[in-house]
Design a protein around this ligand. Structure first.
Ligand code: UDP
Length: 239
């Protein structure tokens, strides 16, 4: 079931439910795509109709981050839980392995996908990683060709927003994959080159603070989080 929060239609699902939908799409017939908007992206969508449409046209829209869940609560359209893209992508590996599907890793700086693949294979030795490419390419057609050539079933698209959403939507028709997901910095996270916050900070919904301390240059971007919460309050006041 979709829940509209400030213009973005989120799938109101638990992690378990999201994984079940993901499995259905992986084993389905069409080429589906999934987006994982956090508060920064959702705030962007408030001001950019095209980006908002890219999010809403996705087959699966997962609330990545405490900010979105809080915004939903403020506008009195509570979401069941945060479904972080990186956790969804990690949990999905078991499903990809069990269904003997082929996974392609696209994005991040050169060498990162290889490191992430190594970490994935340590945990899921039978996982079929059919190809990898960094995210700093010029010719998108060439990327699409390579992904298709590798007979990819599942594509992790880690190019940052909005590049990854634009890529997925633009090539949905040309890509012979079953399921692709826009996952931002997930490969960096899995590779371990960008550390996730300690568990206690994640539990206290302070992952954003950890990222800010580690990458102060994100400050401007991260201001969108309080702005998003403010927009939610404004919407609530207007009724
Ligand atoms: N990236 C890329 N190609 C580009 C721009 C960015 O592959 O042209 C990668 C970048 O290396 C990083 C990810 O996209 O791995 C974006 O990470 P960011 O932290 O901005 O995304 P978030 O996790 O916040 O969504």
């Amino acid at each position: 079931m979709k829940t509209e929060v400030l213009g973005v239609f989120f799938d109101n699902v638990t992690m378990q439910e999201a994984l079940q939908i993901g499995e259905g799409l992986i084993c389905g017939e069409k080429t589906a795509y999934c987006v994982t908007p956090n508060a920064e992206m959702a705030y962007e969508a408030l001001h950019d109709k095209d980006f908002c449409d890219l999010l809403n046209q996705a087959d699966l829209v997962l609330p990545d981050g405490a900010g979105v869940v809080l915004g939903a609560k403020i506008v009195k359209k509570p979401l069941k839980q945060k479904v972080a893209g990186i956790e969804f992508a990690q949990n999905l590996l078991e499903i990809i392995e069990r269904n003997t599907k082929r996974l392609y890793l696209l994005g991040s700086k050169p060498g990162i996908a290889e490191l992430a693949a190594k970490k994935m294979l340590e945990k899921y030795p039978k996982l079929n990683i059919c190809g990898m490419a960094d995210g700093y390419f010029k010719d998108e057609t060439e990327v699409v060709r390579k992904v298709n050539e590798a007979q990819t079933d599942v594509l992790y698209v880690c190019l940052g927003a909005p590049k990854q959403e634009k890529f997925m939507r633009a090539h949905q028709k040309d890509l012979n994959v079953k399921f692709m997901i826009g996952l931002g910095g997930t490969l960096d996270g899995i590779a371990g080159t960008v550390k996730r916050a300690p568990r206690w900070m994640i539990r206290l919904q302070l992952e954003w603070l950890y990222r800010l301390i580690k990458e102060p240059k994100r400050f401007g971007r991260m201001l969108r989080l309080p702005k998003y919460i403010f927009a939610a309050w404004k919407r609530r006041m207007k009724g």
